[in-house]
Design a binder for this molecule. Structure first.
Ligand code: PGA
Ligand code: ZN
Length: 409
C-alpha cells in the first residue's frame, strides 16, 4: 500500500472560513480524504494553523500556502511511502516541517495528510477506520457530552461560560444516549420559545439566547431535563474556557465585567456544584495558571472530572507536566491542537496510563469529516464532545457513531 499521490484542497469549514483538506491516493487505487477543523477559543500553546494573511482573499484567512505545501513538499517526500506505517509517516511530516509547533508547513496541512493517510490505509485494507486504528480492542461506544447552550467566544450573547453540556449517565447504548440528548435539546428550544427568548444557535449548534446569568442558563437546562423526564439520569458538564478571561493573574468575565481571583473562581465552582448536578468542568483555570489548576484539582478533583483543554492542548509534554503537578484529571483531545494522528494517540495512551480520562473533541469550526467518531471508539475513550444535534457538521459525527454501534453491537 504505497502512496501514489497526495493532493491538497482549500475548502470551507462550518463557519464559512477556509480550511485544508487532503486526499491520499495509494498505488492500489484506495484513497483517504480528510478535512482539518479549526478552533475559535484556541489555546496559546496549540500547533500553528497556517493562514495566508492575504487580505484580498477571505479576509486574510485563505489557506493556499498550506495547500501548496501538501501538493509540493509533502507530496514529493511521501510518494512511494508505505501508508500503514503511520507513526513513521507522521514523524517524517514533523521532521520535514522542522519547527516545534508545525508553523512552517502548517498543522492544518500536516493533520489533513496524517488523517487522510490513515483513512487510505483502512480503505486499502477494506476495514472501518475505528477497526484499523483500534484493532480488536476497539469496543467502547462513547457517551455524548453534548453542548446545548452556548456562550463565551462561541456566541454573541451575554453568557460568560462557553459551553453548557448534558451527559446521560444511565443509558446502555449510544443510540439511546443520543435520543435522550436530542429530546432534551428540543425541550430546551421549546422552553426558550415560550419565554420569548431567541432560539438562534451558536457555532456548535447549541442555543445562544440572551440570559441574565450563567445560573439562569443552568436553571433552564435543568428544567428541560426535568420536563423531558430524565431527572437524575442526565448530568451537566461545563466548558468554562477561562483562558479567555485570564489577564494579569486574575479572571475577568468579559460579558458581565466581573473580576475574580483564582480562589474566588474556585469558590464559584463549588457553589455551582453544590446547586446543580455538574460532573465535569473543562478549562476551569487558564492555560498559564498552573498554580490555579493545582488548587482547583485539590479542591474539586475528587468530586468531579476536571478537563484540561487549553491547558494541555493535546500535547504529551504539557500533559506530563500536568500529571507531575496533579493538575486536572482528564484531557480534551483535539487532533488539530497537535497536528498528527500518532501524537494524538500517544497522548490518549499517556492519559490512560496515568489514570486521566480522555474526552475526544471536535472544534467549533468543523466539517463533514467524521474521523473523531472513529477515534473515540478506536481508543475506548468513553466520552465525545461534538456539539448539539443541530447543524450537519455536528450531526455527521453522531450519525457515524450510530453506524459504528450497529456494526460492533
Ligand atoms: P474551540 O472551542 O474549538 O473554539 O477551541 C472548543 C472548546 O473550547 O472546547
Ligand atoms: Zn474547551
Amino acid at each position: 500500500m504505497r502512496i501514489k499521490e497526495i493532493k491538497g484542497y482549500e475548502v470551507l469549514d462550518s463557519r464559512g472560513n477556509p480550511t485544508v483538506a487532503a486526499r491520499v491516493i495509494l498505488e492500489n487505487g484506495a484513497e483517504g480524504f480528510s478535512i482539518s477543523p479549526s478552533g475559535a477559543s484556541t489555546g496559546f500553546f496549540e500547533a500553528h494553523e497556517l493562514r495566508d494573511g492575504d487580505k484580498t482573499r477571505y479576509r486574510g484567512m485563505g489557506v493556499k500556502r498550506a495547500v501548496e505545501n501538501i501538493n509540493g513538499e509533502i507530496n514529493k517526500k511521501l510518494c512511494g511511502f508505505c501508508v500503514e506505517n503511520q507513526s513513521q509517516l507522521d514523524r517524517i511530516l514533523i521532521d520535514l516541517d522542522g519547527t516545534e509547533n508545525k508553523a512552517r508547513l502548517g498543522a492544518n496541512a500536516i493533520l489533513a495528510v496524517s488523517l487522510a493517510a490513515a483513512k487510505a490505509a483502512a480503505n486499502g485494507l477494506k476495514i472501518p477506520l475505528y477497526r484499523y486504528l483500534g484493532g480488536i480492542n476497539a469496543k467502547v461506544m462513547p457517551r455524548p457530552m453534548m453542548n446545548i447552550l452556548n456562550g463565551g467566544a462561541h456566541a454573541a450573547n451575554n453568557i460568560d461560560i462557553q459551553e453548557f453540556m448534558i451527559m446521560p449517565i444511565l443509558t446502555e447504548t449510544f443510540a439511546e444516549s443520543l435520543r435522550v440528548c436530542s429530546e432534551i435539546y428540543h425541550t430546551l428550544g421549546k422552553i426558550l420559545k415560550e419565554k420569548g427568548k431567541s432560539c438562534g444557535v451558536g457555532d456548535e449548534g447549541g442555543f445562544a439566547p440572551n440570559l441574565e446569568s450563567d445560573t439562569d442558563a443552568l436553571d433552564l437546562i435543568c428544567d428541560a431535563i426535568d420536563k423531558s423526564g430524565y431527572t437524575d439520569k442526565v448530568k451537566l458538564c461545563l466548558d468554562v474556557a477561562s483562558s479567555e478571561w485570564y489577564k494579569d493573574g486574575v479572571y475577568c468575565m468579559p460579558k458581565r465585567n466581573r473580576t475574580l481571583e483564582t480562589a474566588e473562581l474556585i469558590d464559584y465552582y463549588q457553589t455551582l456544584i453544590g446547586k446543580y448536578p455538574i460532573i465535569s468542568i473543562e478549562d476551569g483555570c487558564a492555560e498559564e495558571d498552573w498554580t490555579g489548576w493545582g488548587s482547583l484539582t485539590n479542591s474539586l478533583g475528587a468530586k468531579i472530572q476536571l478537563v484540561g483543554d487549553d491547558l494541555f492542548v493535546t500535547n504529551t509534554k504539557r500533559l506530563m507536566k500536568g500529571i507531575e503537578n496533579n493538575s486536572a484529571n482528564a484531557v480534551l483531545v483535539k487532533t488539530n491542537q497537535i497536528g498528527t494522528l500518532s501524537e494524538t494517540m500517544d497522548l490518549i495512551r499517556m492519559a490512560s496510563k496515568s489514570g486521566y480520562k480522555s474526552v475526544i473533541s471536535h472544534r467549533s469550526g468543523e466539517s463533514e469529516d467524521t474521523t473523531i467518531a472513529d477515534l473515540a471508539v478506536a481508543t475506548n475513550a468513553g466520552q465525545i464532545k461534538t456539539g448539539a444535534p443541530c447543524r450537519s457538521d455536528r450531526v455527521s459525527k453522531y450519525n457515524r457513531l450510530l453506524v459504528i454501534e450497529d456494526e460492533i453491537g
